[in-house]
Write a protein that binds this ligand. Structure first.
Ligand SMILES: NC(=O)c1ccc[n+]([C@@H]2O[C@H](COP(=O)([O-])OP(=O)(O)OC[C@H]3O[C@@H](n4cnc5c(N)ncnc54)[C@H](OP(=O)(O)O)[C@@H]3O)[C@@H](O)[C@H]2O)c1
Length: 405
């Protein structure tokens, strides 16, 4: 049993706090710290009433390395779980190195003034973590995270070599709002408005944002949705660690309503990250937009429907072509019932808890900086089934997957 410090009291932080609190044999003292302490206190109250466990709370500016080191020295956790924003990744990794604490996050570093998320900044910490005997586990959410583990699992058990990977993230739920994002609006909008990149042959190919789309029918009657090809960070690590991949693409569903609102907001400059002067004050339009949009952490009570996220993998086994679809379906209302959150926060927070469990139990604990697919997928896959994200695996007829070579 090990003590942990969770940083970030948003939609995902709330799920991580609840799910870790449910595993009293794995996690000892839990401290939740974030910029706004009142949000930590509200989550602590919910954890107490739903799970019956007291968790400690604290205020922290995670951009301040010295303050975070002081908090780590006071709390003395085994592991820091970073579910603040991607901007905080490097300062929190620096703080962990200084205080001798293992590190885990769910999204790769992104500089605040440039919408560009890449792993090279965090991979550059490999030697520092290895030399201090500390472990940093990167991207332990659903996508990235579980999608990486799904890919590693099918490669281990169902293929000799994999060649084509299509990751499909469908949110078939409806929150009933005119426009809202399912996780932090600033990060979400930066992600979906960025140019698309997909892996082809031996390099990333760039195409305009949202320029490629097609219908996708989910299993178990979740429905048929229009999915749009976009760049997502797990493509970078998966194509590095699985060099047999010839093509790797990421697809996400968007409703016409979401796209219409996004187009208008883009056209009028509201998604810009370039600061403007307003009434003698410098403001970033996208940050102002975030302030007026619904808080994703509050969407749970109004969201109905299911998510369906998975990987369609094609390759060879015993000299034969083969196609596999591995996926999870998650019900928004069930998540709300269990922890008071919608399924997007839930499908991120549960894998963050399981990633933490993999380190606490030693399955994945090794010095250095690691992506999810660099570990044995089996214990993580077992825990998905036990802790709220059961998965299914089906063999598809080769040539009828709906995705091109
Ligand atoms: N891998 C995946 O599948 C996946 C999916 C969805 C989201 N994510 C990632 O999960 C993370 C959390 O997402 P979310 O939807 O929970 O976001 P959110 O609701 O906006 O919560 C972010 C939290 O971080 C806190 N924070 C921001 N800057 C901080 C700072 N400098 N110091 C301390 N705390 C700070 C915020 O504090 P305030 O409350 O004061 O603003 C807020 O409590 C993001 O990095 C997101 O990219 C990953």
């Amino acid at each position: 049993m090990k003590d942990i410090l969770i940083i970030g009291a948003g939609g995902v932080g709330s799920v991580v706090a609840h799910k870790c609190a449910m595993l009293g044999d794995t996690f000892g003292k839990i401290t939740l710290a974030s910029r706004t302490k009142s949000k930590c206190d509200a989550i602590a109250e919910s954890v107490k009433s739903r799970v019956g466990k007291e968790i400690a709370t604290a205020a922290i500016d995670a951009d301040d390395v010295a303050a975070t080191v002081a908090l780590l020295r006071e709390v003395k956790p085994f592991l820091l779980i970073n579910v603040a924003l991607p901007y905080q990744d490097l300062s929190l990794m620096d703080a962990c190195l200084e205080a001798g604490v293992h590190y885990l996050d769910t999204a790769n570093y992104e500089p605040p003034n440039e919408a560009k998320f890449e792993y090279h900044w965090q991979w550059a910490y490999q030697e520092k973590f290895a030399n201090t005997g500390l472990c940093a586990l990167l991207g332990s959410g659903f996508d990235p995270g579980t999608t990486n583990v799904f890919t590693a699992y099918v490669l281990k058990h169902h293929f000799d070599e994999i060649h084509y990977l299509d990751i499909v993230d469908v949110n078939g739920g409806d929150h009933g709002k005119a426009f809202a994002t399912n996780f932090n609006p600033e990060i979400n909008i930066r992600e979906v408005t960025a140019p698309c990149r997909h892996w082809q042959k031996d390099k990333f190919v760039e195409t305009p944002a949202m320029s490629r789309h097609q219908p996708f029918t989910c299993p178990e009657e979740v429905g048929t949705f229009e999915i749009y090809r976009m760049y997502h960070e797990e493509l970078e690590s998966l194509t590095k660690h699985i060099p047999t991949l010839r093509k790797a693409q990421f697809w996400m569903s968007f409703s016409q309503n979401y796209l219409k609102h996004l187009e208008v907001l883009q056209n009028v400059g509201m998604t810009s990250i370039t600061p403007i002067e307003y009434n003698g004050q410098s403001i970033v339009p996208l940050q102002f937009l975030k302030a007026v949009l619904p808080d994703p952490g509050d969407l749970g009570k109004s969201t109905q429907g299911r998510t369906c996220i998975g990987c369609i993998v094609r390759g060879v086994k015993d000299g034969q072509d083969k196609a596999i679809y591995i996926y999870n379906i998650c019900n928004h209302e069930d998540c709300f019932e269990e922890v008071g959150s919608q399924a997007i926060s839930y499908t991120t927070g549960v894998p963050a808890m399981i990633g933490a469990k993999m380190l606490v139990e030693g399955h994945w604990l090794k010095p250095g900086v690691w992506n999810m697919e660099q570990n044995d997928p089996d214990p993580f896959m077992d825990d998905l089934n036990k802790h709220g994200l059961p998965w299914e695996i089906v063999e598809l007829p080769v040539g009828e997957t709906g995705f091109e070579d």
